[in-house]
Design a protein around this ligand. Structure first.
Ligand code: ADP
Ligand code: MG
Length: 265
């Protein structure tokens, strides 16, 4: 791959605490190209969140290297945005002020960037909500605020750790479409962690199946163009979709055979 945006090489990670040391990831090799959308699936505890934390610079790898746009990761950087299952909106702040938090942390809140906050809220279907408070919004709307908060700082890479998994099904499907459209229009590179195999297959260019004990890459599944070109909601109805879903399901079942966890529906 020419000049990957994300690269993990010879990477292993050991957690050390008062109970001793445990190997969470071993021998990870992964490159993600600019604009590519990659999903990570695998049983609970196989190291998905650890892998994202290493990419985000929140953890330092025990062995190996992590680079973003060719530069070694030494800590959190504005080039990498993070979106989580919980939206972490502050209840006492307005939607506009919540969406501006990343800008404030970067010392970059001003008239111009606040106009960008408004533009992003409008773009994500939240025009006119800037003065409201989080408790006035539904779960799906709150996740859209979290997305606006991430995008307004203009990261090159988005790390998404189960951002849709707490939402009702139809809201989740709508948000998958919105996120995929938005990221592909902007040419952003994304890594999604999900336990929903249909979501992984519908949204991604490539799905990485991890196994555990310690966490390692078992298989990479390239998603056919016909599915990639379709919106995530429409992709699920394509005849080609079922075969990919079954391939991922079979791989996860094999992981379970080695002592894995559940992989949802
Ligand atoms: P996943 O996100 O795939 O469920 P995690 O990356 O959270 O997996 O965890 C991978 C492994 O590392 C698990 O065995 C977990 O118990 C362990 N682990 C995660 N965080 C810590 C930590 N802070 N200290 C010690 N062990 C941890
Ligand atoms: Mg996790």
């Amino acid at each position: 791959m020419n000049d990957p945006v994300l690269s993990l090489s010879g990477l292993s990670h050991v957690y050390v605490n008062d109970k001793g040391a445990s190997l969470a990831l071993e021998g990870i090799e992964l490159q993600v190209a600019k604009g590519e959308f990659v999903s990570l699936v695998g049983p609970s505890g196989c190291g998905k969140t650890t892998l994202l934390s290493l990419l985000a610079g929140l953890l330092k790898p025990t062995i190996g290297t992590v680079t973003v746009s060719g530069k070694p990761v030494t800590g959190p950087s504005p080039a990498v945005g993070y979106m989580l299952q919980q939206d972490y909106l502050f209840p006492w702040r307005t939607i506009g002020d919540n969406a501006a938090i990343g800008l404030e942390i970067a010392g970059n809140r001003n008239k111009e960037t606040m106009r960008a906050v408004e533009r992003w809220l409008a773009e994500l279907g939240l025009a006119g909500y800037g003065g409201r408070y989080p408790h006035e919004l539904s779960g799906g709307m709150r996740q859209r605020v979290a997305l606006a908060r991430t995008l307004v700082t203009e990261p090159d890479v988005l790390l998404l750790d189960e951002p849709f998994s707490a939402l009702d099904l139809h809201i989740k499907l709508q948000l998958e479409d919105l996120v995929q459209h938005t990221l592909s229009r902007l040419g952003k590179t994304a890594v999604l962690v999900t336990h929903d195999l249909a979501e992984a297959a519908a949204m991604s260019d490539r799905v990485i199946v991890l196994g555990k004990g310690p966490g390692h890459i078992r298989k990479e599944v390239a998603i056919p163009d016909v599915i990639r070109r379709a919106d995530p909601m429409a992709a699920r109805r394509l005849p080609e979709f079922q075969a990919i879903f079954e391939e991922l399901w079979a791989e996860l079942d094999a992981v379970d055979g080695e002592g894995g966890g559940d992989h949802g529906a």
